[in-house]
Ligand binder design. Structure first.
Ligand code: ASP
Length: 333
């Protein structure tokens, strides 16, 4: 881990930095032809709403962490992304979610994993960061803490969607069950069992005080077993923020991101080798991750508010509002 030599930034300063944020809704090996216009519109609209929500917080002087929570909340509440409602099923037919948030200002972080009843895991991670002396809480203990902190709870049934159930059944019995995602009667989320979409969501932001933050939330990977935890709640692997360097949120096969400690590795190249954000991310994602046959990508923001993203898949659902206020949402390269 990088040494804690951050200078705390005075939030009462009258000098305002330009605010900016970026989000992702998962990396995917989907091809353009496999995604209808209607599906693309729905995904892009939800990404756009998520950007607006975080940007509104930043515009009225909120912190980067608050913006990260607000943006991720929209994606967690959407059944189209693999986080909160719409999370994928485990092999035991349950849903187990992970989330983390980190502040670049003071290297404080909070994370939860394997939770089944917290409506918005990112809010619980934020409470851990603010109010717990621990950094990473799991399972029933994390849920108890979230309840004590007044987080909104839901029954496990709330998170389960018919689409995810069908997806899980297809994967579990993949030899005998045919994929069936061509119904046009309603807009289907993308079938991740077919396209290898890692539908995790994440956000990075810089606030007007010049502080950066990162957050990530996920249901993990379909058909996971043995209370498997991925990279998303692991600080340094799937989520990392440091005002000296960058804020990063990753998506992809968590095992690859954990063994390469991707988010922190990008930060290290910036800190020790003085790489730019783009150069550091290209090195870690396009060279290192690829060399290890890793699949996925990440978004990042540096201390100047520069935004960059990189992925080894054919697509990554993403969006940004840059320092000039320009907004973009995109899915393919
Ligand atoms: N990284 C997540 C995990 O391995 C999955 C994803 O990005 O969709 O749990």
């Amino acid at each position: 881990m990088a040494q804690h030599r951050n200078k705390s930034i005075d939030t009462s300063s009258s000098k305002h930095h330009a605010v900016a944020l970026a989000i992702h809704g998962g990396a995917s090996n989907i091809k353009l032809a496999e995604l209808s216009e209607e599906q693309q519109q729905i995904y892009k609209q939800t990404l756009s709403t998520s950007l607006d929500s975080g940007y509104a917080i930043l515009s009225r002087g909120g912190t980067a962490e608050e913006a990260v929570v607000a943006s991720i909340l929209i994606l967690e509440n959407s059944p189209f992304f693999n986080a909160g409602k719409g999370s994928v099923f485990t092999n035991d037919s349950t849903i187990e979610m992970d989330a983390a948030i980190m502040s670049g200002k003071n290297l404080k972080a909070g994370a939860i994993c394997g939770v089944q009843t917290i409506k918005n895991p990112i809010t619980a991670a934020f409470q851990v960061m603010k109010h717990s002396k621990f950094l990473l809480l799991s399972g029933a203990g994390a849920e108890k803490f979230a309840r004590e902190q007044g987080c909104e709870m839901e029954s496990p049934e709330y998170f389960k969607t018919e689409f995810r159930w069908k997806q899980f059944m297809k994967l579990k019995n993949s030899d005998s069950v045919q994929l069936d995602n061509d119904s046009k009667s309603y807009v289907q989320p993308i079938d991740e069992s077919k396209t290898e979409k890692y539908g995790t969501v994440g956000c990075v932001a810089i606030d007007q005080y010049g502080n950066i933050a990162a957050g990530t939330s996920t249901g993990g990977i379909v058909n996971k077993k043995y209370n498997r935890i991925g990279d998303s709640p692991i600080i340094g692997a799937g989520t990392y923020a440091n005002n000296e360097t960058c804020a990063i949120s990753c998506t992809g096969k968590g095992e690859d991101f954990m063994r390469l400690v991707v988010a922190h590795d990008i930060s290290c190249l910036m800190e020790y080798k003085h790489f730019s954000l783009s150069k550091a991310m290209e090195e870690v994602i396009q060279v290192k991750l690829k060399a290890h046959h890793g699949r996925g990508g990440c978004i990042g923001i540096d201390k100047h508010g520069n935004i960059y993203q990189s992925f080894t898949t054919t697509a990554m659902f993403r969006g940004m509002i840059d320092r000039k206020g320009n907004k973009q949402v995109a899915i393919f390269k």
